[in-house]
Design a protein around this ligand. Structure first.
Ligand code: GDP
Ligand code: MG
Length: 745
């Protein structure tokens, strides 16, 4: 590998060894190195922030500049060998101070600028100007190396150089009036003999500088600017290195001790401490220096107007973007797998709740932003603020999506677990005998579920970050739980209604069956005929009810059963917090369903075979038994025909009675519409799907109350009469035969 900071080929990674002589920042072809940042990293300057310093050295060729720097800073810049005497330093070199740890400031970077005899060579004059501009744009301290015997030689090469420096400086700071950074011109007078005191030399130099300053043409607006507006001056003298080598070394050491931080005394404006005043610093963060220096050089070498504020802004943009990308790497490491996990869950339709998301998100966000703030905060304020907001936006957009997904998952999971828990508790309660409190179950489970959601939402909250307040999502979740509760309660109501309906059916089955069975006993009230012997009161004739008030009894028992059922329903429904409307609707449905159940039971009772059997029993009872209930033994003398006719007519009279549901008192159907009542407001149409239409109640069904109350249609009735008569005839014939048989016996 090549040495001296030259690298054999692009891509060769330089090693510490390659940097032994520092780095050639700008070569003889005026191109900028591609390795400056590596050098700054290698020497640990890159991580120093603002805690570094830049010094450049100026002066004629072969005036011992490199020699001075090497002694002062322990650098290894090439120096002219005593015997050859030709120019060695080409372009601009840079090296970090290797000396005086503790006695000098940290991280001093020294630039050794190719010396010129610019007065003679046109080409060099161009480089002199460009390197001066570059040094001024970057350096805090410019060491001007000058022989003692040159002091006062106003026409000397050094003075030409200084004129260039002043002109260039004005050009530079014309663009940057806000900050107008100052520089220190540090004159080091070489081969100082000591005959003329340093203070005299200093006065001569200051006079010469003032003369040069007044000779240069100043841009508009800066006509009255003084040299002191831009420069401070410091002076030092060194003995002849070859003639007084020991003294030279001691003096150089003394000089070295001045390269520490200092400030201006308030009384005489003299330096206190060292030469590095804060105001000289160009405020380019060390990790951005290489980008900045290259940008500056690019402008200079292409003869563009050098605008430092613009350069600093460009640098800030470049570095802020770079730092932002770096900061996002660690963020991605944590967040990307979480995003993928969530996306996978969503793809599979699962409710994903990632464990520890809030902590991971908050920590990643904080460390990402902190990393950016720590590194980018040194750059141009405006750019930094904008880029910080950009980064925050990026991070927050990602977290927002993630967090909203998380809460959507928690929402979904919460609704599911709530439904599951309530259903399970109801099941357990049913198994244990049905004595559970639905409202309590809902309340307990809702509180539990809400708490879980709240914990999740609060876990995502980052104080001071407004968008991480998920109260609205919480409110929404609670609303949904209430909706789910209402649905579950409705289902519970349905279950209750079914249970109560079943109970009603079973009770009706018994009670109505009993009433119809009584028809089989014909002695009951002597039929429905208007014979005086029969009674219209239900309990005449030894407590056996009359057939005439069959429907009254059925209606009364029906109303009683439903009343009890309604009480049970109401009590239970209240226990699970059903609203009044819900209860009213439930009761209305119960009354309807009960009526339908009653109608079905009646239909079952009057089914052909059933009713025929009952009529036959009724008839036989009247025919075969006498008034005292004693079975008749037919004798030929008996008026079999008369008894038969009466019994038959009496039973036949039951058929019209059975045909219509009528109350005895009014000879009219019960007021079913009144009893069922109006449909309560709040019944949703889908609730009615399972309701059988009832004549006279649901008028739009086109069936009248009269029709609803018709138990046997006209044709059925006639049919029944014929069949009954046949049955009765059979019985009569049999009785007649029996009577004759009795004689033959
Ligand atoms: P540069 O071109 O300014 O960097 O000069 P160099 O450091 O390469 O030195 C040029 C020559 O001056 C060398 O031969 C040195 O030995 C000699 N030199 C160095 N320091 C001094 C000094 O203090 N006094 C004198 N007279 N010569 C010196
Ligand atoms: Mg040199």
């Amino acid at each position: 590998m090549a040495t001296n900071g030259h690298f054999a080929a692009v891509g060769d990674q330089p090693t510490a060894e390659d940097f032994g002589h520092g780095i050639q920042v700008i070569d003889e072809d005026k191109s900028f190195t591609t390795h400056l940042n590596e050098y700054l990293r290698e020497t640990h300057v890159a991580e120093a922030g603002f805690n570094y310093h830049l010094i450049s050295v100026f002066g004629s060729q072969s005036t011992g500049k490199s020699t001075l720097l090497n002694h002062l800073f322990g650098t290894e810049f090439s120096v002219m060998s005593e015997s050859e005497r030709r120019q060695t330093t080409k372009g601009i070199w840079m090296s970090k101070n290797k000396k005086g740890a503790g006695s000098m400031a940290d991280n001093i970077l020294v630039m050794d600028v190719e010396g010129t005899d610019g007065r003679e060579r046109g080409e060099d004059q161009d480089f002199e100007r460009k390197s001066a501009l570059f040094a001024l744009a970057t350096s805090e301290v410019l060491i001007v190396n000058i022989w003692e015997h040159q002091v006062g030689l106003y026409q000397g090469a050094n003075m030409g150089l200084l004129k260039t420096v002043f002109e260039v400086n004005l050009q530079l700071f014309l663009k940057d009036r806000q900050s107008t950074p100052r520089s220190l011109l540090f004159f080091v007078i070489r081969d100082f003999i000591g005959n003329t005191p340093l203070s005299n030399l200093r006065n001569t130099l200051v006079q010469d500088l003032t003369k040069i300053w007044s000779s240069i043409s100043k841009p508009a607006g800066l006509e009255s600017a003084t040299i002191e507006d831009y420069f401070d001056f410091a002076f030092a003298a060194l003995p002849h290195k070859i003639l007084q080598p020991d003294k030279f070394v001691t003096e150089v050491d003394t000089l070295g001790r001045r390269f520490v931080a200092g400030h201006r005394s308030t009384t005489d404006q003299e330096f206190v401490g060292g030469v590095f005043l804060p105001e000289y610093h160009r405020r380019i963060p060390a990790d951005g220096f290489s980008v900045y220096a290259e940008g500056v050089w690019d402008q200079i070498v292409n003869n563009k107007d050098l605008d430092l504020p613009t350069q600093q802004e460009l640098l800030a943009q470049f570095r802020c973007d770079e730092i932002s990308r770096e900061a996002l790497v660690a963020f991605d490491e944590t967040i990307l797998p979480l995003e993928e996990q969530q996306a996978e869950g969503v793809r599979l339709g699962r409710a994903v709740v990632l464990a520890g998301l809030g902590a991971a998100g908050a920590a990643s966000r904080a460390s990402c932003l902190e990393q950016f703030q720590a590194q980018a905060g040194r750059y141009h304020k405006g750019v930094y603020t904008r880029k910080l907001a950009e980064l925050e936006g990026k991070v927050d957009t990602r977290l927002k999506t993630l967090y909203q997904g998380q809460l959507a998952g928690a929402h979904k999971a919460g609704v599911a677990s709530f439904t599951e828990a309530v259903t399970a508790a109801v099941k357990t309660g049913q198994k244990a005998g049905g004595n559970y409190e639905f409202a309590d179950i809902v309340e307990t489970e809702k509180a539990k579920t809400l708490e879980t959601f709240k914990t999740e939402a609060q876990g995502l909250a980052i104080p001071e970050v407004a968008w991480t307040n998920f109260k609205p999502q919480y409110v929404l979740f609670e609303k949904e739980l209430d909706e789910v509760s209402a649905k579950l309660r409705k289902e519970e109501m349905r279950r209750l209604a079914t249970r109560v309906e079943r109970w009603v059916k079973s009770r009706l089955g018994d009670a109505v069956g009993l009433e119809f069975n009584k028809l089989g006993s014909g002695r009951a009230g002597g039929g429905a005929s208007d014979e005086p012997s029969s009674s219209s009161s239900g309990t005449a004739n030894g407590g056996v009810p009359s057939e005439k008030d069959l429907w009254d009894r059925i209606w009364n028992v029906f109303v009683d059963i439903v009343k009890e059922a309604q009480e049970r329903f109401t009590e239970r429904a209240k226990s699970f917090d059903a609203s009044d409307v819900e209860v009213q609707v439930g009761l209305w449905r119960l009354r309807r369903k009960s009526w339908v159940a009653l109608r079905e039971k009646i239909d079952e009772e009057v089914m052909e075979g059933n009713i025929l059997l009952k009529l036959r029993e009724n008839f036989e009872d009247k025919f075969r038994y006498d008034e005292a209930g004693v079975p008749r033994i037919w004798r030929p003398s008996d008026d079999i025909e008369g008894i038969y006719t009466r019994a038959r007519e009496s039973t036949l009279a039951l058929i019209p009675l059975l045909s219509r549901f009528r109350l005895a008192a009014t000879i009219a159907p019960p007021d079913l519409p009144e009893w069922i009542g109006n449909q309560p407001a709040g019944v949703e149409p889908e609730d009615e799907d399972d309701l059988t239409p009832i004549g006279g109640v649901d008028e739009e069904e086109g069936k009248s109350l009269e029709e609803e109350m018709t138990v046997l249609s006209e044709s059925k009735r006639q049919d029944l009469v014929i069949r009954f008569k046949k049955t009765a005839d059979g019985v009569y014939v049999e009785a007649k035969r029996g009577a004759l048989g009795g004689i033959t016996q």
